[in-house]
Design a protein around this ligand. Structure first.
Ligand code: AMP
Length: 492
């Protein structure tokens, strides 16, 4: 199949050629002709399949007819995060280089002024996160009655982030006769129900069977003890020993772990950055740019921040934690092995992770091979750890014996410097925060001052317990809207 056979306009074909694409990916070959025929599309596609171009290219062709009017966008694309929205804008710039179309990006965390100017001029394409879009609408700056094409991208992510009521509201504000393109990597029942609500007689297109991982990814499980400082030691060992590691994303379930791990890696001399949904937009973009341009090698990230990001050619994924939901595993490892490349995905699995691990194997329909000894399951290990004072007398789970001894060697260094950070209520530092200088400046004094005083055990334990309640909250659940800026105005 060639791009020329799909019915795209000459201008679009020229831009595709300039991008260096030889042939359409499976989802592009299937979706593009249907979109051009004005059919509703339900696309089940993992990230990395060329999904974005499957809707951007035909939209550009369709937009060649007609003109934008002030405050009345002609097409609307909804994305769950600002990064994804910015990425789709990039796609419009790249593939729309031969068009004179106005693309407006309505995302939170940046000023309304520029966005308003673009809306006033008339936008052909509006790319928005739901919260900021509704904000503009409620301020009376936007009319959605001219929208011919509505794209709902990453629908399962929208669901996770609590955006579905917003999406339902937005769908009522655009004309009933619009064309709708609906994309999701996974198809939980709720998403199936919504697609029935939003789409009319859609063609269903599957780029890969739902919830499967790309065959180009080598997946491994690594047995680890339960304590984070021990997991960090194993992670360092894995990174140092990885074959052909060009760059890596390390996923954590909790915000505080993103922060701690990033600092720990920096302290151990790795080139690392952190990406987290609560960081301000400028820092997030700066970290991502640094990672994309290879200024940093390792990106420590939460699911919210990293979902769907197009970072071509990531060689390794490390799951520092077994993800909270099995679907997240598919998304996480989908950051590597993209567009036919090879990738490696390691997951640290502790004795307490039996349920999560088996849920993943069930979802992907594959057995994940163990790198080293299989972990010895102990369902109560997590609970015991939380009720243990400081983990000093914690029983280690199984793992590779060499890693265990490595862990013990690193244990002291980790705990002395990192434990105070782990107990900090500060969620994450800005991307340019210098962890090394903090350690150097505060060093042992800081560590000492944080050590519990004799006799202070009781009160200390109770405050630590309180903190843990917050710390243990999964990232996704911490803010149903994925950040303040995404809360619809009517709920603020
Ligand atoms: P996406 O799934 O939309 O995030 O795209 C994943 C990556 O594949 C992006 O870096 C695209 O630039 C790239 N890509 C999209 N379509 C093609 C194609 N037909 N051939 C090669 N690469 C592509």
């Amino acid at each position: 199949m060639k791009f020329e056979d799909l019915g795209l306009s000459k201008k679009v074909l020229a831009a595709v050629e300039a991008s260096g694409y030889k042939e359409p990916t499976a989802i592009q070959a299937q979706a593009i002709p249907e979109v051009l025929n004005k059919r509703d599309v339900m696309g089940i596609a993992q990230t990395g399949t060329g999904k974005t171009a499957s809707f951007v290219l035909p939209m550009l062709s369709l937009l060649e007819r007609g003109r934008a009017r002030a405050r009345m966008p002609r097409t609307l694309i909804l994305e769950p995060t600002r990064e994804l929205a910015a990425q789709v804008e990039e796609n419009f710039k790249r593939y729309g280089q031969n068009h004179k179309l106005t693309v407006a990006l309505l995302i939170g965390g940046v000023s309304f002024e520029e966005q308003l100017k673009k809306l006033d001029r008339g936008a052909d394409v509006l790319i928005a996160t739901p919260g900021r879009l509704l904000d503009h609408f409620e301020r009376g700056k936007l009319l959605m009655t001219g929208v011919d094409i509505l794209v709902i991208d990453e629908a399962d992510r929208m669901l996770d982030m609590g955006f579905i009521p917003d999406i339902e509201r937005i769908a009522k504000l655009v004309p009933f006769t619009r064309q709708t393109l609906f994309f999701s990597a996974t198809m939980p029942p709720e998403i199936e129900r919504l697609s029935g609500q939003f789409l009319q007689n859609p063609v269903q297109i599957e780029a890969a069977p739902p919830s499967t991982a790309s065959a180009t990814i080598d997946q491994r499980a690594v047995g680890v003890p339960i304590e984070d400082y021990e997991k960090r030691a194993v992670l360092r060992e894995l990174i140092n020993g990885a074959d052909n590691l060009k760059n890596a994303i390390v996923f954590c379930n909790r915000k505080v772990d993103v922060s701690n791990l990033w600092r720990s890696l920096e302290r151990h001399g790795f080139s690392a950055g952190a990406l987290h949904g609560d960081m301000d937009q400028t820092s997030r973009m700066a970290t991502l740019d640094a990672f994309r341009s290879n200024k940093i090698t390792i990106l420590v990230a939460s699911d919210v921040a990293a979902r769907g990001l197009d970072i071509p050619d990531v060689s390794h994924i490390f799951n520092f934690d077994v993800p909270v939901t099995a679907e997240d595993y598919v998304h996480r490892i989908g950051r590597t092995g993209r567009a036919g490349r090879n990738g490696s995905a390691f997951m640290l699995v502790s004795p307490a992770d039996r349920k999560g691990f088996h849920a993943i194997e069930k979802l992907i329909g594959e057995t994940i091979e163990w790198d080293g000894d299989e972990v010895e399951w102990d369902d109560k290990a997590g609970k015991r750890r939380r009720s243990t004072k400081s983990g000093k007398d914690e029983k280690s789970g199984s793992g590779r014996s060499s890693r265990k001894s490595q862990s013990s060697r690193n244990r002291k260094a980790d705990r002395e410097i990192e434990e105070p950070v782990g107990e900090s209520t500060m969620d994450i530092a800005p991307a340019d925060f210098d962890a090394q200088s903090l350690v150097e400046a505060e060093g042992t004094d800081r560590t000492k001052s944080r050590k519990p005083k004799k006799g202070a055990g009781k009160s200390r334990r109770s405050s630590s317990d309180n903190r843990e309640v917050g710390i243990l909250e999964p990232v996704d659940a911490s803010h149903p809207f994925g950040g303040e800026e995404n809360i619809p105005a009517f709920l603020r």
